[in-house]
Design a protein around this ligand. Structure first.
Ligand SMILES: C=CC1=C(C)c2cc3[nH]c(cc4nc(cc5[nH]c(cc1n2)c(C)c5CCC(=O)O)C(CCC(=O)O)=C4C)c(C)c3C=C
Ligand SMILES: [Fe+2]
Length: 321
């Protein structure tokens, strides 16, 4: 029998200062995220960066954390909903794992084995549509470390970035279309990255080229919905330095009303489930900046989450039918 493991980047275990500091510290200790040697990353992250910058992250998490039952991070909530829907609709065992924090990959594999003792293959689906060393690569490395620690009675099948998969593009288009009525500009928002990491990927080829891949997603999405590319804008969010991919969402969004684009929709195809970067950086911060600058209408396009179209697309991307 086959099982599916859905993996995402991770999220704090609770909305407390300690949990956020731990999550930020773990993430920024990873040399594939920082681009620094292991000991430098670990020292800087745990002793300097996390204690200082996690206060800001904590404030953001406090504004998006689910207040309803269950009181958990939106990312874990949407990942669990997605796993439950996929399991129910496709009759296949599904577990969720996070690269940083919980559920850990090792535990999720054990849970899948428990759910299904006759497992012969686990399809590992890192939910990042576009390659980045700070997401795709570090997740693949972690799976390798965990999987080869002990013998297993099943094989792994790893799903590659799916930025141009027709099922992904179809799902995105179908999901987004109703949000795109009566607007002047469609903004594609993507997570920014350090330029040196982007260049390193670009030199290796298209399989590793973050910017090529996200522009392909935009092009195919526009083609599907018959949208002229000139009617769209590409902005990058969540930068942590100046030498990161530009233009920045939190700077340029305020210019749009002055340029005559007073009604915008913002979509973030790099995030298949909602999380801090969509719910805060876009739906709270960018909205506020845009409206304060004279904007009239700001439409946030939610992530695919556990929509029917996304379940169907995941099935095609992972199992291929
Ligand atoms: C496309 C996905 C992502 C890329 C690429 C990425 C790169 C990247 N991130 C950091 C540092 C932080 N990321 C944080 C949160 C966070 N990152 C992603 C996705 C990508 N990151 C998501 C979905 C989230 C939110 C998770 C959630 O709980 O909802 C954080 C902590 C919070 C914050 O203040 O933003 C840090 C820190 C770096 C340095 C980096 C590339 C080098
Ligand atoms: Fe991040």
């Amino acid at each position: 029998m086959r099982g599916i493991l859905l993996i995402n980047i991770g999220t704090p275990a609770s909305c407390s200062k300690e949990a956020v500091r731990k999550f930020v510290g773990d993430m920024l200790s990873d040399p594939l995220v920082t681009g620094q040697p292991e000991w430098v990353s670990s020292f800087l992250a745990k002793k300097i960066i996390a204690p200082v910058s996690s206060g800001k992250s904590f404030n953001k998490y406090s504004q998006i954390w689910r207040k309803e039952d269950p009181e958990i991070s939106p990312m874990i909530y949407f990942m669990q909903k997605l796993a439950q829907s996929l399991e129910a609709k496709k009759n296949i065992p599904v577990e969720v794992a996070m690269r940083y924090g919980e559920p850990e990959i090792e535990q999720a594999l054990k849970d899948l084995e428990k759910k299904c003792p006759l497992l012969h293959e686990v399809v590992v689906f890192p939910l990042y549509p576009h390659y980045a060393q700070s997401t795709t690569q570090t997740t693949i490395d972690e799976i390798g470390r965990v999987f080869y620690k002990r013998p297993h009675s099943y094989r792994l099948q790893l799903v590659e970035p799916y930025f141009d998969h027709p099922a992904f593009i179809n799902a995105l288009a179908k999901h987004a279309e109703p949000y795109l009525k009566d607007i002047d500009k469609l903004v594609f928002s993507y997570h920014s990255l350090p330029v040196d990491q982007v260049e390193a990927g670009w030199k290796k080829g298209r399989e590793f080229d973050y910017v090529y891949q996200l522009k392909e997603t935009n092009r195919l999405f526009c083609e599907k919905l018959n949208i002229q590319l000139q009617y769209t804008l590409l902005l990058y969010a969540s930068q942590r330095g100046n030498n990161w991919l530009k233009p920045f969402l939190d700077k340029d969004i305020s210019d749009l009303p002055r340029l005559g684009w007073k009604k915008v929709a913002v979509i973030a195809p790099g995030f298949p489930v909602d999380n801090l970067e969509t719910l805060y950086d876009i739906d709270i911060e960018a909205r506020e900046l845009f409206m304060k600058a004279g904007g009239e209408k700001f439409v946030f396009v939610p992530s695919l989450n556990n929509s029917d179209e996304w379940i169907e697309a995941i099935w095609k991307i992972t199992v291929g039918v």
